[in-house]
Design a protein. Structure first.
Length: 696
């Protein structure tokens, strides 16, 4: 913990900070502090990507820090699970209770204890250091953190090799931009600035999304394929590129692997074939492929929305093949971008210390997929999960198949610890509830997945009330359990100093720049064209149309078509009962379930909504504003109708994700989503879901 005496000065003073939330922009911020209180926040004007601007949500971050809803002190449950009734206890009592329960369980089998965390903060210190060290030393089950990006990352990795792509700042010089399964106006605001700069120079923007999003409305062309069919569209584009020889043969020969097999694979994947799956006219698909093939200075900005269906991994893989066929990688402004995270030389071993695991022979590490937490808590885990420690996440709200998740958390024999800023849906099921610090109240260091800058976060103000950071809670628990390894006593500053692999040339100069200005660009060339001369971080060093690693895993080694789990084409019997494809898209004013309890943003959202096409509404007697019941064989939730052509006929969408207890009916969109998994990566299939809709 930082000495509160550092905050005695009257100020004002400026403290460098980083936005901690799950967004590619990872903004650098400046906090103005007077005495011990933060009084002003702005985007850092000297940070090249942030450029002085923050999104609407984070612009009002002080309301979150000083919210009267903040948890103030540790508490113990006094009511039934789910009621949310607690009594105040001391930190010593809370930690003693937790340590004693963990000690008892670990004596029999420590794998019966499960940590559950995700993107509540993306900080390298508070999001993945002392917590990992503690649970490794304890011998607890290992959480597979799959719930957002696992499928897409697996598909990209199989093709490209790592989370490396086009420099987002170079996109301003692109001539054609395909925005595929992404809505940067809402979720990548600073990246959108560079796309707009390209448009002003004459670039053409094409948005591929089942919904006419804010981004689609601002693009030159919007294509709305049926959900879960992006992989088919990409295959058809490949077929046209190859059949019409819109190829860079030299790039293919020098820097790709498996072209002949790919050409044979896509031979029959014509636009006419894809039209029947995507719902797009064949001539539209062919025209898009030709436009793409004839513009070498083209870039594809894809995001993780399209990976949340059964074929999500393969869909990303298929799209990732396209720029290698046309040679678009030759240009700094060409290629494709899913994530920049693979460029950051993070020393995960130093941060997480998996070597602390105590008894591999007796208790081989057991892995639990977070996307199937409902099944894991109820039926699947062996040994059964007897304790769960939730931090940086809100699984009762955000995990799929929510009815099953809630049933798991209702188990009276499950010891549940929740550490959070607010009393979330999950917190209502806690046995011990602990108050957490906000970003301004602790130290951290951030990499990004949408640009190439490290961003430092210095503690700006003392912890509010009795809040503690994640790191301090796990340090204190380690001490109570008698763990005496030095790694479990290190300070946050010491942890931050270990985060970078300083042997990697990309980290050159980062430490002094962070100390001087609060941010540092990776040591990458300008312009940065990562694969202009090949050098892909795959086993072959090439873009792998054929992946031996996939073959070894029992998966198709070539780009392929993986149908949706639930659609009228892939599952016509189910579609007779539930004919509408359902998408739980991000709400503009929420970030997953973060900010979804703040009065300003609740008022802006105005309650759960369901966008439904006029044709589908008319068939069901639905009019604008009507209260609706959205249901399938997994569950149901309610929302108000918005009759609109933003969605295509046959598709409905509900901006999400609402806290259950603030939604109006105690449910949210995850009442209907499935906990089945994707084709690769073990991700969830949130957007692979059929429902029916009726007047409530």
């Amino acid at each position: 913990m930082t000495d509160s005496g550092l905050f005695d000065g009257s100020g004002p003073r400026t403290v460098r900070a980083a936005c901690p939330h799950d967004c590619p922009d990872t903004c650098a911020m400046e906090v103005t502090v007077v005495g011990e209180r933060a009084v002003k926040l702005r985007g850092a004007p000297d940070h090249p990507f942030t450029n002085g601007a923050l999104c609407t949500k984070v612009s009002h971050y002080l309301e979150r820090v000083y919210s009267p809803q903040r948890l103030q002190y540790p508490m113990r449950r006094v009511g039934a699970k789910g009621e949310g009734r607690f009594e105040r206890i001391s930190w010593d009592d809370a930690l003693d209770i937790i340590a004693e329960r963990y000690r008892t369980i670990a004596a029999e089998d420590p794998r019966a204890i499960l940590p559950y965390s995700y993107g509540g903060t993306l900080g390298l210190v508070q999001g993945g250091s002392m917590d990992m060290r503690f649970f490794h030393r304890l011998g607890a089950s290992v959480l597979e953190r799959t719930i957002c990006a696992a499928a897409g990352y697996a598909g990209w990795q199989a093709t490209i090799g790592d989370g490396i792509g086009t420099d987002p700042e170079a996109i301003s010089d692109a001539r054609l931009i395909l925005i595929w399964g992404a809505n940067p106006v809402v979720s990548n605001l600073h990246g959108w600035r560079h796309m707009q700069a390209a448009k002003r120079k004459g670039a053409r923007l094409v948005c591929i999304d089942p919904i006419r999003t804010d981004t689609a409305a601002k693009s030159d062309l919007h294509l709305a394929p049926w959900p879960g069919t992006d992989g088919a569209l990409a295959l058809a584009m490949m077929q046209v590129l190859i059949a019409e020889d819109l190829l860079d043969h030299d790039y293919i020969a020098e820097h790709t692997l498996g072209f002949e097999a790919l050409a044979e694979r896509v031979l029959g994947r014509t636009p006419e074939w894809a039209a029947g799956l995507t719902g797009l006219p064949a001539q539209t698909i062919r025209a898009l492929a030709r436009e793409y093939g004839r513009e070498p200075q083209s870039v594809i900005r894809l995001n993780y929305g399209l990976n949340r269906c059964r074929g999500g991994g393969m869909a990303v893989r298929n799209i990732a093949c396209l720029p290698a066929l046309t040679g678009a990688w030759r240009h700094a402004s060409g290629g494709a971008l899913l994530s920049t995270s693979g460029n950051f030389p993070i020393d995960r071993h130093a941060l997480e210390r998996p070597d602390l695991y105590p008894d591999v022979a007796r208790f081989p590490p057991r892995r639990i997929n977070m996307s199937r937490i409902g099944e894991a808590l109820r039926t699947e885990a062996d040994p059964p999960i007897r304790a769960i420690h939730v931090y940086n996440s809100n699984p009762v709200a955000i995990a799929p198949d929510g009815t099953r998740v809630r049933a798991g958390f209702l188990r009276e024999d499950l010891f549940c610890v929740v550490h959070d800023l607010f009393q979330t849906d999950t917190a209502d099921y806690a046995d011990i509830l602990l108050p957490a610090t906000s970003q301004f109240e602790h130290r951290d260091l951030h990499k990004a997945y949408g640009h190439h800058y490290l961003v430092d976060n210095q503690q700006a103000i003392p912890p509010q009330a009795e809040a503690l950071p994640n790191t301090e809670v796990f340090r204190r628990l380690a001490s109570r359990l008698g763990f005496d390894e030095p790694a479990l006593r290190e300070s946050d500053d010491e942890i931050a100093a270990q985060a970078l692999d300083l042997r990697d040339n990309r980290a050159l100069g980062a430490a002094p720049a962070l100390a001087a200005q609060g941010w540092a660009r990776l040591n990458l060339p300008r312009p940065f064209a990562p694969f202009a001369r090949g050098g892909f971080p795959t086993p072959s060093g090439k873009c792998e149309f054929y992946s031996a690693r996939l073959a070894e895993s029992g998966l198709d080694p070539l780009p392929a078509w993986v149908p949706p789990l639930e659609s009228p084409v892939s599952n016509p019997t189910l579609a007779q009962r539930y004919p509408l494809a359902f998408l739980s898209t991000p709400a503009r004013n929420f970030l997953n379930s973060s900010f979804a309890n703040m009065p300003r943003f609740l008022e802006s959202e105005g309650g759960p909504k369901l966008d439904i096409h006029p044709e589908d509404a008319s068939r069901r007697g639905i009019v604008d504003g009507m209260r609706l019941r959205i249901f399938n064989n997994r569950g149901a939730f309610h929302a108000s109708a918005r009759v609109t052509d933003r969605v295509r006929a046959g598709v409905v969408a509900s901006p999400s994700i609402w806290w259950r207890k603030l939604s109006g009916d105690g449910e949210n969109a995850n009442a209907v989503t499935s906990s089945e998994l994707t084709d690769m990566g073990g991700g969830p299939v949130f957007y692979d879901c059929l429902v029916e809709v009726e007047a409530a």
